[in-house]
Design a protein. Structure first.
Length: 271
């Protein structure tokens, strides 16, 4: 793998091989996950007493089982998430992310829902929350008394030190597939469960593509993103009317799985 420190690669391979022993139990803890670094803050949308958004993620431990939808996770001590609240008059306040944010797998290992109770915003006098994910953010599965093979603190430390940096190089910084996945994820967070105004969705998408172009989106990344959107526009117009969000979630997950496969191959071969 070009540019990757040989010692980090060797350690990653050693860890991956060691963790394979005993990790396949049906009641073992699921995989540690990585949250992909965001290019800009993501606003949590508030509805029904909960403020939330979906974030791109990938599996750091292919030897462990994938999480079921809604599996709770916790932010590791070495991970950095910036949480900015917008108070009255537009005043910005920086808040501690760990006490406020809750993390759950959205579908499998490819996306995570980050939520905050609306009551917490009211208590803090904040009307809007913006989340920024730094590089090398990791999530550990929340402790579960039923896990017969939990992830120990030592194992998680090794995952963060050796495997997460490999993921950053292969996935977070990918200028094609990850760039496309980021745009699909933005649309997922911007459209309702079922769209009532396809024209509005189309305008949102065009604005996102225009912004991504200005930010230096690669031609192949743009093609991947546009192909995903075009497929979902056909699907939402002709197959399951209005299901644009669900289709784009599927396209996002498909892009993330391809990238995750590249990461898995790298940590297993050290190539």
């Amino acid at each position: 793998m070009a540019g990757l420190d040989a010692r980090t690669t060797l350690l990653a391979v050693t860890i991956a091989g060691g963790m394979a022993m005993g990790a396949g139990s049906a009641t073992a803890a699921p995989q540690a996950l990585a949250l992909v670094a965001t290019e800009r803050p993501v606003v949590l949308a508030c509805e029904g007493g909960t403020c939330k958004a979906e974030f791109s993620a990938f599996c750091l431990q292919p030897e462990r089982v994938a999480p079921n939808p809604g599996t709770p996770y916790r932010l590791t001590d070495n991970s950095s998430i910036t949480l900015t609240g917008i108070a009255a008059g537009g005043r910005q306040v920086t808040l501690a992310a760990k006490p406020l944010l809750q993390f759950k797998s959205a579908r499998t290992h490819t996306a995570v829902n980050i939520t905050v109770a609306q009551a917490e915003l009211d208590r803090l006098g904040v009307k809007e929350l913006h989340v920024t994910i730094a590089e090398n953010v990791s999530l550990a599965p929340a402790p579960n008394a039923n896990d017969d093979n939990p992830i120990s603190a030592a194992e998680m430390q090794l995952v963060e030190d050796a495997l997460r940096p490999v993921g950053a190089m292969i996935i977070d910084r990918n200028s094609e597939g990850m760039a496309a996945a980021r745009i699909t994820n933005r649309l997922v967070n911007a459209v309702p469960f079922f769209e009532a105004e396809p024209a509005r969705t189309d305008r949102l998408w065009q604005a996102m593509i225009t912004q991504a172009d200005a930010d230096g989106l690669s031609s192949w990344g743009k093609r991947l993103a546009q192909n995903a959107f075009d497929l979902c526009r056909y699907y939402a117009d002709r197959i399951v009317q209005g299901d644009m969000r669900g289709c784009m979630q599927g396209q996002h997950d498909r892009l993330m799985k391809v990238l995750n496969s590249d990461y898995w191959k790298a940590i297993k071969t050290g190539s």
